[in-house]
Design a protein around this ligand. Structure first.
Ligand code: 13P
Length: 251
């Protein structure tokens, strides 16, 4: 049985003070909610403060990106060990905004996933097709390429630990959520790929979460699908009330 996994990706929103206020209030509201992993991904500047504010709660912290090198002359970049030392347990890798706006490729995703695991960070690896790719019937081909190249070289044990987020680009920030059927179809396909490429046990253990206009009103139906193990939430994670409702609707 896979534990549901709900993560809020704050993107470039919230200052340190806003982060600390959110986490302090939110941790008290989720303290009695068991059986779901709850993660918040603030901007880099707020990661350490978020970790401190969430200490001894059932909220864990993620970073939103990382560099694959341990250190070096990479102005503006942050390494996996720096994120780990700041206290985060997870890192989002390969978000479609990183791919389209910052030149992320399946090859860089792969290097980052390896570096994250080496630093004992759990990667949340994002995949998903654009609207043009879906309309051209290329969804499965795109997912296959992103999964195969992005996760190349991982062991079945590592696959079992990581999170894969299916985020169709056309559903991100658009209000146009994938239907539960579309999400299940993609997740089922990804799980088959993991089974074929790694092992049945690894595919069974790996949590596959859905992202793209997740709201309190659609969460329960999405995560009721057999291969949808949770959600990666953008806009609706910025407000305590809506993110709390999403977390609560998983249990
Ligand atoms: P929205 O929930 O705002 O559509 O964003 C989804 C997302 O990109 C989460 O990583």
């Amino acid at each position: 049985m896979r534990t549901p996994f709900i993560a809020g990706n704050w993107k470039m929103y919230k200052t340190v003070a806003e982060t600390v206020n959110f986490v302090k209030e939110f941790r008290a509201l989720v303290k009695d909610i068991d059986g779901v992993d709850v993660v918040l991904a603030p901007p880099f500047t707020s990661v350490h403060a978020a970790v401190e504010a969430a200490r001894n709660s059932n909220v864990a912290i993620a970073a939103q990106d990382m560099h694959w090198e341990a250190e070096g002359a990479f102005t503006g970049a942050i390494s996996a060990s720096m994120i780990r030392e700041a206290g985060a347990e997870y890192v989002i890798i390969g978000h479609s905004e990183r791919r389209t706006l910052f030149g992320e490729t399946d090859a860089t995703v792969n290097r980052k996933v390896g570096a994250a695991l080496s630093a004992e960070l759990v990667p949340i690896v994002c995949v998903g097709e654009t609207l043009a790719e879906r309309e051209a019937n290329e969804t499965f081909a795109v997912l296959d390429r992103q999964v195969q190249t992005g996760l190349e070289g991982l062991t079945p044990d590592q696959i079992a630990q990581i999170i894969v987020a299916y985020e169709p680009v056309w559903a991100i920030g658009t209000g146009r959520t994938a239907t539960a059927g579309q999400a299940e179809e993609a997740h089922g396909h990804i799980r088959q790929q993991l089974q074929a490429g790694f092992s049945a046990e690894a595919a069974e253990a790996c949590r596959l979460i859905y992202g793209g206009s997740v709201k309190p009103a659609n969460t329960a139906e999405l995560i009721a699908q057999p291969d949808v193990d949770g959600a990666l939430v953008g806009g609706a994670s910025l407000e305590i009330a809506s993110f709390l409702e999403i977390v609560a609707s998983t249990v």
